[in-house]
Design a protein. Sequence first.
Length: 252
Amino acid sequence: MNGPGGAAVPGHRPANEFDHPVVAGLYDVLDPDRGDLDLYVALAAEVGARKVVDIGCGTGVLALRLAERGIDVVGVEPAGEMLVVARRKRGADVVRWVHGDATALAHDDADLATMTANVAQVFTTDTAWEETLTAVRGALRPGGTLAFETRVPERRAWEAWTPERTYARTDILGTGTVEEWIRLDEVALPLVTFTSTTRLPDGAEVTAVSTLRFRERDEIEASLETCGFGRTEVRDLTYAPGKGWLFVARAV
């Protein structure tokens, strides 16, 4: 699965850890393999989606892949610098970009809403999570689909979040060498806190402290029912078998 977090300027408090111009600009280069998105493209075809809302769209990789297939796409992202990158890409003019979170969405008639990678786990409180699910339900038509993934807590993915096991060095043409690593700070389940560091070619280090919530399957299913979703299917992640769940929930 994708790395657990990003980075931000020390002493700066951006919208989230990805809201930094340098980190946002390097994001696609440092994480070029987005095969994890294939399952969402396939799911859009499976449900016959004509309109999709991508929550936490980042630099717009999934949004643009769907738009290329003639789908009407809304990309929602709280980190403005990530949207700057997304809007510069070819085909970006056909996507509607929203700077904000799911609560910024108006009631709509989307066929599919997605939260890829770790988006669903950044909501650490019950209130934030339920507000998000309720907002997503409002953006979907009756019978529309919400799809998102989370890591299986029992797999204890955080045990691999050490500098030794996460260190990566990337030589970028025209930029120089960029280094990345993650340090686990605290495990207080269901919350896991860690620090991400990106060392830029000039030696400057960009850091951020992030927390993810590892919810159990039954907890997630109960919250979906509370927030207006009916039948929920839980699938394995095709790109990371046994490591996470893909929730596919139908709006009632």
